[in-house]
Design a protein around this ligand. Structure first.
Ligand SMILES: *[C@@H]1O[C@H](CO)[C@@H](O)[C@H](O)[C@H]1NC(C)=O
Ligand SMILES: *[C@@H]1O[C@H](CO)[C@@H](O)[C@H](O)[C@H]1NC(C)=O
Ligand SMILES: *[C@@H]1O[C@H](CO)[C@@H](O)[C@H](O)[C@H]1NC(C)=O
Length: 504
């Protein structure tokens, strides 16, 4: 309304003296009456067409877009009904036989759900996962219901739930009824040793962001794919474009021939150790280490933490924090060579990364010497090093596109739901959750991130084709290949240091 009036007002002021088809000598009253009528007609025309929100929303809807419906009732309390399509007919969709194969890391969905393959999942098992869960999520007929047990750290839980709601908007009618427990804390907790042996009971199925070799937690994409409000990281689909641009800013050969790391060392002992590899008057391990001062960054508006502008070194170090680190995908996205200090945790994609293909492994027990050797090797074998960096950045740009992140969630939740042996109901203390309830009242950066990462409408595409489970043989061979590549690097490293010793 306001905009319409103002525009007309300006119009009048700037042009009245020449476009009105009246005799300006006539009495002023007549002139202003005619003008008033004209104004009225114009406003009502505008009002019933362009400015009418239902008109706008109908037009968008015919294009398959469904913006937030914040005008419906009490939007902090209720979700719109019969607004968003509950099913989506594929109009021009390709037949599923032609949909692409999912990336390799989708195999791990089967591995993560293996513990329940024979038993299925009962409500009792799900209830047992409540012990550490932040929330329980139930999906019924495509609508989401959430019971919160404990607020997650920062906005982890908020953006995780937001992501699931966007999945529901992307694939309406395709997410089955399910009941799941989600833990937003870093460390996996379902120890496999507690559920081994003859009389063992089935483990509780618990979703979280990472796992390790001793646990059975089910891994799920972390919140940062939809944005990380506290440190100003934008949603993944936009960030990917920035990261790609960043790669093009400087040729690999022209980058600093050293290994770079910037982060918060205080979260882990091994990071404190890494700091000691920094260059100084007395030592050169080819490492350039910087401390991330988030308080200062926040004050300065994150000028020095632009992820799209972090490929100025030929090598970038990844080292875990207190568990897995969200930063891994940002480091791999840079087409510099990623130096991975032996990781102990995995997230949903990292188990498919291969040493010497996607990254160079760094020995965690001898970090400085290992980094020095890696950098010397790379500077002598520039073509091979560059290829490794490129393979990793292509993996991130292609196999980790947001479409695949959604497809991963889609397949994981579908496979999980297949195992449920009961029909979920809405938990007693749960509330319905939809994008409107989250985003309409949101403010500031949270609102901004939500609007940027919102799925506008159902996607007229089928999901990628899920791979079959690994057979034991191919899983063993994959793990073996991984191990032998790491051993190969270790022995090269040993040889190198032997030679250095002999030289002096
Ligand atoms: C919306 O809900 C809140 C909380 O229950 C209530 O205080 C408010 O009056 C409601 N507003 C409308 C317009 O119903
Ligand atoms: C918003 O949702 C309500 C139902 O909750 C519906 O009546 C209304 O038409 C919707 N608004 C638009 C713009 O479609
Ligand atoms: C590492 O060394 C560089 C160069 O001397 C210095 O600027 C930087 O602050 C050092 N990093 C840390 C964490 O001390």
């Amino acid at each position: 309304m306001e905009i319409g009036y103002q525009r007309i007002g300006n119009h009048r002021r700037s042009t009245e003296s020449f476009w009105l088809p009246f005799n300006l000598n006539k009495p002023f009253a007549k002139y202003s009456l005619l003008f008033f009528i004209f104004l009225l007609v114009l406003v009502s025309c505008l009002w019933t067409t362009v400015l009418d929100s239902t008109y706008v929303s109908k037009a968008l809807q015919s294009r398959g877009e469904f913006p937030l419906n914040c005008s419906s009732g009490n939007n902090t309390r209720t979700c719109p009904v019969n607004y968003y399509p509950s099913d989506y007919k594929i109009i021009n969709g390709k037949p599923s036989s032609s949909s692409p194969k999912c990336p390799h890391y989708f195999h791990w969905i089967h591995e993560d759900l293996k513990p329940w393959r024979t038993t299925g999942i009962t409500e009792e098992m799900v209830e047992r996962a409540k012990r550490t869960a932040n929330f329980r999520l139930v999906i019924l007929n495509g609508r989401a219901y959430v019971e919160t047990y404990e607020k997650g750290f920062q906005t982890r839980d908020v953006f995780t739930l937001w992501g699931i709601l966007q999945l529901l908007r992307r694939y309406p009618g395709k997410i089955p009824d399910l009941d799941m427990m989600f833990d937003c804390v870093d460390w996996p907790v379902v120890r496999s040793s507690d559920f081994a042996g003859e009389n063992a009971i089935a483990p509780p199925p618990l979703f979280r962001y990472c796992g390790d070799s001793q646990t059975l937690d089910i891994v799920f994409p972390d919140w940062s794919f939809w944005g990380w409000a506290e440190i100003n990281i934008k949603p993944w689909q936009d960030l990917l474009k920035n990261l790609d641009k960043g790669n093009r800013m400087q040729r690999w050969e022209d980058r600093e021939p050293y290994a770079y790391w910037k982060g918060n060392p205080e979260v882990a002992e091994k990071r404190m150790e890494l700091i000691k590899c920094n260059v100084s008057e007395n030592q050169e391990w080819n490492a350039r280490i910087y401390e991330q001062d988030w308080k200062k960054e926040i004050k300065q508006g994150f000028k020095h933490s632009d992820l799209g502008n972090q490929c100025h070194h030929r090598y970038k170090i990844y080292i875990e924090g207190s568990a897995w680190s969200v930063s891994e995908k940002y480091i791999l996205a840079c087409d510099s060579v990623s130096l991975l200090v032996t990781p102990h945790y995995y997230d949903f994609f990292s188990r498919s990364l291969m040493p010497l293909v996607h990254y160079w492994p760094i020995n965690e027990n001898d970090k400085c010497a290992s980094i020095k050797f890696a950098v010397d090797w790379g500077n002598k074998n520039m073509k091979k090093a560059q290829k490794m960096g490129k393979t990793a950045s292509s993996f991130i740009q292609e196999d980790m596109r947001m479409e695949y992140v959604y497809d991963y969630m889609f397949h994981l939740l579908n496979e999980y739901a297949k195992l449920l042996k009961y029909k979920p109901g809405v938990p007693q203390n749960a509330n319905e959750l939809c994008s409107e309830i989250m985003a309409c009242p949101a403010e500031g950066i949270e609102k901004k991130l939500m609007m940027e990462s919102m799925v506008n409408g159902p996607i007229d595409e089928t999901q990628c084709k899920m791979p079959l489970p690994f057979d034991q043989l191919s899983l063993d061979s994959l793990l073996k290949r991984k191990e032998s590549s790491i051993e190969e690097v270790l022995s090269l490293e040993k040889q190198y240091w032997q030679e250095q010793k002999e030289k002096t």
